[in-house]
Design a protein around this ligand. Structure first.
Ligand SMILES: NC(=O)c1ccc[n+]([C@@H]2O[C@H](COP(=O)([O-])OP(=O)(O)OC[C@H]3O[C@@H](n4cnc5c(N)ncnc54)[C@H](O)[C@@H]3O)[C@@H](O)[C@H]2O)c1
Length: 362
């Protein structure tokens, strides 16, 4: 097999990015789209010459789908993912894998039972400055990663929460910044530290978005399994948004870092990525002068590609190649679960006023 019959569930904002990738990638034979709002499915279907559905079950039955991309709101990831696995279809789910650990475990168990692949979107893993950090860490250039942090000083306007009825509410979104924006960084931090978080103490609050229920800000202190430490500041309460950075410090004292987002994190279908992701820290002995050429390279690349679609396409391509080659995708369902476990533990820590040990069960 060198092409996979693909379909999409959820023809909303990020769904546009998925559809463009499925239509363009050589590994994809894009056959169908589904949305509970049939008009949305029809409009995607017309644009891409595929079949529209308003029901995932029927789409899977009739369109001989081999891989399904799920881009529905967070608490609604589990149902299409489960149906697909039960039909023997591989599934790549938008972040976060689910809004609860329980849903993650349902999805993981179904994939195991039916021998299907489960992946979760974390497209910033494909950013070149992030890959550079990962390569340097894997090559032992900072020794052992022992301290990691991310800071997200971002902004969401009150109108963002009104753009869809599911946003900003515990029951339909599952949470706020921790569930929606921070999963990218919660994944990068654990991937770059090459370790899982073993214990977390955190707090969350709604600092300046009184019109929504969920938190716009959270902080946490982390202890990793191998003894490393970490910290998290995730906020949507800075107007204008400032930056999002991930920094990793090694046992040799050397550090590497990335500014993944300048200003506010982009909103799929609503805003563009206005500045390139760049390495902002590189103190590996003998490589200190590489920061300037790294940044020049990344700025030049940013001029010739569409960063909003490009990195999603790279991850979707990796997933389809994983299906073709029968190997795990770069970002697995288990990676998605550990992100959900971490944000759930921060909520629990804040609620119970004590640190929480991981892994937790659902
Ligand atoms: N990776 C990223 O950078 C990124 C960016 C934006 C959104 N996302 C994620 O993508 C998901 C969707 O976000 P969005 O902004 O596109 O939301 P959206 O509201 O614009 O789109 C969701 C779509 O799903 C449809 N839908 C709901 N239930 C469905 C079902 N059971 N079957 C089929 N369709 C259904 C809705 O009608 C809607 O069209 C969320 O999980 C979000 O976190 C990821």
């Amino acid at each position: 097999m060198n092409r996979v019959r693909t379909a999409l569930a959820g023809c909303g904002k990020v769904g546009q990015i998925h559809a463009l990738a499925l239509a363009a990638l050589a590994e994809s034979e894009f056959v169908a789209v589904c949305d509970v709002d049939f008009q949305r499915a029809e409009s995607f279907a017309t644009r891409h010459g595929v079949r529209p559905y308003n029901d995932v079950t029927r789409m899977l039955e009739e369109s001989d789908v081999q891989a399904l991309l799920v881009a529905t709101p967070h608490p609604l990831h589990v149902e299409p993912a489960l149906e697909a696995a039960e039909a023997g279809v591989h599934v790549l789910v938008e972040k976060p894998l689910a809004a609860s650990l329980k849903d993650c475990d349902v999805m993981l168990a179904a994939a195991r039972r039916h021998g299907t692949k489960l992946g979760v979107i974390s497209q910033r893993r494909w950013y070149e400055p992030v890959r550079r950090m990962k390569a340097a860490i894997d090559a032992g250039k900072i020794g052992r990663p022992v301290l990691g942090s991310f800071i997200m000083y971002s902004w969401r306007d009150p109108s963002y929460y009104l753009s869809d009825p599911w946003r900003g509410r515990w029951d339909t979104e599952g949470g706020g910044v921790l569930v929606n924006q921070a999963p990218h960084m919660l994944d990068l931090l654990q991937w770059l530290m090459d370790d899982d978080v073993a214990e977390v103490g955190g707090y969350w609050a709604n600092l300046n978005h009184p019109s929504v229920e969920v938190e716009d800000s959270a902080v946490a202190a982390l202890r990793f399994r191998n003894g490393g430490l970490g910290s998290i500041v995730a906020s949507l309460a800075q107007k204008p948004g400032i930056y999002t950075k991930v920094h990793i410090h090694g046992s040799t004292g050397a550090s590497v870092g990335v500014e993944t987002d300048r200003g506010a994190t982009f909103i799929a279908g609503m805003s563009a990525i206005s500045e390139p992701p760049l390495n902002d820290l590189w103190t590996i002995p003998g490589e200190e002068d590489r920061l300037v050429p790294f940044q020049a390279e990344d700025r030049a690349r940013f001029q010739v590609l569409d960063a909003v679609t490009h990195y999603h396409a790279l991850q979707i391509q990796d997933f389809l190649q994983a299906v073709i080659e029968d190997r795990p995708p770069l970002v697995t369902g288990n990676d998605g679960r550990r992100v959900v476990a971490l944000f759930q533990a921060i909520y629990q820590s804040s609620l119970e006023g004590k640190s929480i040990k991981l892994p937790t069960s659902s």
